[in-house]
Every structure is written in structure tokens, then in C-alpha cells.
Design a protein. Sequence first.
Length: 374
Amino acid sequence: MAKNDNLGEAKKAKNDEFYTQYGDIEAEMNAYVEYNPDVFRNKTILLPCDDPEWSNFTKYFSSNFSRFGLKKLISTSYAKGAANNEITLFEMESPLFDEEKHESRGKLFTLTRDKDGSGNIDTDDIEFSGYLEGDGDFRSEEVKKLRDEADIIITNPPFSLFREFLAWIMEGEKKFVILGNMNAITYKEVFPYLKENTSWLGYKSLNIDMYFSVTDEYKKWLVQNKKEGSAYKIIGDVVMGRLASACWFTNIEHGKRHEWLQLDTMAHNLKYNKQLKKKLEEYGCETYPKYDNYDAIEVPFTECIPSDYDGVMGVPITFLDKYNPEQFEVLGATESEGKGFSNGLWNGDISQAIVNEKRVYKRLFIRKKGENAQ
Ligand SMILES: C[S@@+](CC[C@H](N)C(=O)[O-])C[C@H]1O[C@@H](n2cnc3c(N)ncnc32)[C@H](O)[C@@H]1O
């Protein structure tokens, strides 16, 4: 294969063939169950990018089927994905198994009953319900029908189709928990939902790296082309893909989004916060500066949001990790992140936020809620 083709393949794999670890799924779902123990009771969950052979989402929800009181679990797999290289036991042992279709069709797996009479509904009871007409693309009519049948959509979708995937969920007006990239926060197809509090970030903190299983081909590519600790890490003796910016997006409640962020006064932060002092020195300012081109003050770190300022503040996008909608409202984002996002706060030519002629990174505009906020 030519070098460029290899690179193209690797890039595609990087985007779309990152497999989520069981522990990461468990840690995230625990937060929803902790907030509402009945969150999954009598619900149909669709895992639309998940072959049971590979997907820990399928493993996790089938293992917890009885405990959660699920009504039905549906998993579909995509014929063009790496998972299709393997024939699952569920598929092979089924009278519906067809080697030719295995190659070209998406697959449908369901779990509803105690098939093996073990007294428990679990992973062993997953049934291969046959091949889809097409390749299992979530955008197909047949997978849309499954979406419409489901109450909740949960998965790590192909990163390259994240915008479309979220739109697909929203079109179906479904509950969801999906993995994405932190950068998606400011996509024009995503940010309005976060601003309006119809979606929010999941439980996992943004500053925690995530590690994913990757295909053998991509492992090789990572080891040859990247430094350990950057795009990958060897855990045990397995090469795992690393993402520093992975985060969950959801519209299911969890406790963290109702925790109050402890704030100090401006004077306290200016006196004691070393990071803030250093940043203000870089800007050539003695206090929280006002942007040259937005009607808001710059707060370079979420931990420095002052308790005694009631106007509009520009904060890093990682603020959303600490966002409690009872404490703050999100007013907008810098215009560089999408047309019409600044909510009238922009009054310059350059859409990125500027402090003393220095451009700063992406910012969200927020304001404290409460009697004193203007
Ligand atoms: C990031 S991987 C995650 C896989 C699995 N959900 C997990 O977390 O382990 C995304 C998966 O979506 C599949 N996929 C890619 N394009 C798709 C499409 N258009 N429709 C459905 N699945 C797709 C890929 O083959 C891949 O298995």
C-alpha cells in the first residue's frame, strides 16, 4: 500500500475505530444511576455503533440488564467497520448465519429474555436477530426505525460523523449519552443545545484522559509515528489510543451538574491565584481585563470566576465541566465559533476575543444567576 493510502487508512481508523473501555462506560453510567436509580427501568436502549463482539457498551448493558430493569437492548453493527472482520459467536451459532451477508450487511442483536434459562438475563442471552438490509449506517431508514423504537441512544459514535449523529438523535427526540470530543462544544450544531440546557456534558471530568482499544493496524501506526504518552500509551502490554479531549454529551440528569462552584472574590483571586497573576502579567493588566472587542471581562481560568462580579464573563470552554445551570447562565460564545453566537456582546471586527491586542483562545460568555446579576 502506498504511504499516503496508509496514512489515509490510519486517519480514518483514528476517527472512527476507537473502542471504549468497559470501566469508562461503567463510571459514566454510574453517575446517571446514582442520580436516578430508575433511569433505565423499562427502557429500550439502542446501541447503534456496537457489535457485541467488540463493544463494551453491549457488554455493559447486557450484564446489567436485570439490575437496571431494562425492557430491551438493541445493538447494531456497521458492515464497513473493523468489527465486521470477526464473526461473533452469537451470529455463528444462529440459524440465520450467512457468511456472504456477514461481509456486506449490518447486523442486529437484541436482548429481551432469558434465552438460556439461567434465571438471569445477561450477555449469554443476546440474540442475533439477523442481517440488516443495508450496511448498518445509522442514517439508513431501517436504523432510524430502531432509533424511533428506542427510548435512549447510547454509544461512542464515529467521531467523523459526530455532528450528524447528534442531529439524528435530536431529530428522533431521544434521550442519549454519547462520547465526543470537547471541541464539539462550540460546533454550531452542538453549542445551541448546551446554551439552552437541552443537552449538557456528562459526568467524566474534562481533564481526565481516556484510553481506547484500537485496531492492530492503527496500533502499529501509532507506535511507528507517535511518541508514547501523546497519542497512545502502553497499558499492560497493550497499545491503547489516547484522547485527552474526549467527553460525554447527554440530556440525562446527573448530580455533578447541580453542584455549586465555590467562588472567591476578585480581590482574593487577584492576590492569591498564581496562575491568574501570571496570565494577567502576560496581558499587561492588573485586574480582570475587559475584552477589546466584546462587552465582557476575561476570566482565563474557571477557578478564578469572581463571586462579586455580576456582569458578563468570558471563560474557557472547559467551564462547562463545572456548569450548574442554577448558578450560571450561558449567554453565548466568541463569534469565531459560529455565526451569531455572541448574543450581541461582540463590538469589533475580529471575531476571536482580544485582550490588549492579544487574541485569546475560544471563550464562552456566562453570567451568574441571581438577584444581583444584571
Ligand atoms: C468510535 S467507534 C466506537 C465503537 C463502539 N461504540 C465503542 O465505543 O467501542 C465508532 C463505530 O461506529 C462505526 N461506524 C462508522 N460509521 C458508521 C455509520 N455511518 N453508521 C453506524 N456505525 C458507524 C465504526 O465502524 C465504529 O465501530
